[in-house]
Design a protein around this ligand. Structure first.
Ligand SMILES: Cc1ncc(COP(=O)(O)O)c(C=O)c1O
Length: 451
């Protein structure tokens, strides 16, 4: 034993003494000057909306008050408050003094049970173990992408589409491939295009329904066709789906929302959602992942991956978790209906106004909070693109719409329809004035008019 000790001691002393000069030299070299560098991950993190908006010269016309139709936050103008029952649930959660501590990383069991009960459907049953609570739907998307993809893999993302998918994927070395949505078909997926993008490194298909930025809502039949594409590939690729359903149920009365999971018997689906939009409290940062895996394809591996990732930083605020059961169960149907009624009426006003403006082609939404407008750029030769067009709209008319280049879809702009009605009417009038001023008929058309 003594000999053993001696050997261990000798090795460790020898080892340390042998390393000292090397590490000292290294340390010396490193410390000769400051060289604090940003990480590769931070350099690869890019929010296209910020990149585009920050690069624009947004100087409003001082004679006209600014109207921002660009902000996807329904609370900014105060015209769409959340329901009193939602506020009461939060007050009760605070007053109970029960929700000030740390919750399990996936959320309190009781809160997860409440979400499971609320979203369980005959075709897509859920239990508490199938729910992970997150900090907003954004974290749900991040966890889902990080659980499914390795650097070098690729994901399929809608175009136009919510820019966060790309931001999150690219920052962890995952490539993004955009599949086209078709404006002339109410923004349905170009299934052939989608199919053509799949390769053996495709690890996730993102489907966003209802859509930001399009406000489109897929029919049951179209959703089945999307699943069929994946199934047709089943023998070759078997791609799980991330269904971003944060606008789930926010659809106009003329159509119906179908969750993708309820239509899928084979394809495993991570459905991401949250309180932000339907309950009009985006700042409360409550989101969730619903794991739909009836055929045990994700199995324990993906569930464990999601749990491990949830342990990096605790997600959902515990007070909101404490209020969740009451929020889901006690919000009255009238609250949802009145929000939807408002969004529909504002969309109709905006669509009716802009569809008679020469040079613009609005696409009527069926849900969510957005409306996309096509710009016939050939009629506006002064402007190079949608960014240029929307920038000048601010300069001349103090109306800001987000150029759809931010959604990888040039020559369109997006309007948020949550603004008060009088603002919407005023903004549309100003957009009309702007277009009338800059619209130029094509030379053939002006010849025809002259004849
Ligand atoms: C399509 C889509 N997914 C996810 C999110 C993020 O939601 P949250 O605010 O809950 O993180 C948004 C927010 O605008 C969105 O439009």
């Amino acid at each position: 034993v003594i000999l053993e000790w001696f050997i261990v001691l000798w090795i460790s002393v020898h080892h340390v003494s042998a390393r000292v000069p090397v590490s000292a030299a290294k340390l010396k070299a490193r410390r000769q000057r400051w060289n604090v560098r940003a990480s590769e991950m931070s350099k690869n993190t890019l929010n296209p909306i910020r990149a585009i908006v920050d690069g624009m010269k947004l100087t409003p016309n001082p004679e006209k008050p600014m109207i921002a139709l660009s902000i996807g936050d329904p609370t900014v103008f105060g015209n769409l408050p959340t329901d009193d029952s939602v506020l009461q649930a939060m007050k009760d959660a605070i007053d109970s003094h029960k929700f000030n501590g740390y919750a399990p990383s996936v959320g309190y069991l009781q809160s997860r049970e409440a979400v499971a009960n609320f979203y369980s459907q005959a075709g897509a049953p859920l239990e508490a173990k199938d729910v992970i609570l997150t900090s907003g739907c954004s974290q749900a998307i991040e966890l889902a992408i990080s659980a499914l993809c390795n650097p070098g893999d690729n994901i399929l993302v809608p175009c136009p589409g919510f820019s966060l998918y790309k931001t999150l994927a690219v920052s962890v070395g995952v490539q993004v491939k955009f599949y086209n949505l078709l404006p002339e078909k109410s923004w349905e997926v170009d299934l052939q295009h989608l199919e053509s993008l799949i390769d053996d490194r495709t690890t996730c298909l993102i489907v966003n329904n209802p859509s930001n930025p399009c406000g489109s809502v897929f029919t049951k039949e179209h959703l089945r066709n999307i699943l069929a594409v994946d199934l047709r590939f089943a023998s070759r690729h078997c791609i799980p789906i991330l269904a971003d359903e944060i606008y789930g149920d926010m659809v106009f009365p003329s159509c119906e929302f179908h969750s993708l999971a309820n239509l899928s018997s084979d394809v495993p689906i991570l459905s991401c959602g949250g309180l932000a939009k339907r309950w009009l409290v985006p700042g409360w940062r409550m989101g969730w992942i619903l794991i739909h895996d009836r055929n045990n394809i994700f199995g324990s591996e993906i569930r464990e991956a999601l749990v491990k990732l949830s342990q990096r930083i605790l997600g959902a605020c515990t007070v909101v978790q404490g209020a969740l059961e009451s929020i889901l169960n006690n919000t009255q149907a009238e609250f949802y209906q009145s929000t939807i009624g408002f969004l529909k009426s504002n969309s109709e006003i905006c669509f009716a106004e802009l569809s008679t403006v020469p040079g613009l082609n609005p696409v009527m939404p069926s849900g969510a909070m957005y409306l996309m407008v096509g710009i016939e750029m050939e009629h506006f030769p002064e402007f190079q693109n949608d960014v240029d067009f929307t920038e000048r709209l601010v300069t001349e008319q103090s109306v800001f719409c987000l150029p759809a280049t931010a959604f990888e879809y040039p020559n369109f702009f997006r309007i948020v329809v949550t603004v008060p009605e009088e603002m919407m009417v005023e903004a549309c009038g100003r957009i009309r004035e702007f277009c009338a001023r800059h619209y130029r008929p094509l030379s053939q058309e002006s010849n025809d008019l002259d004849q």
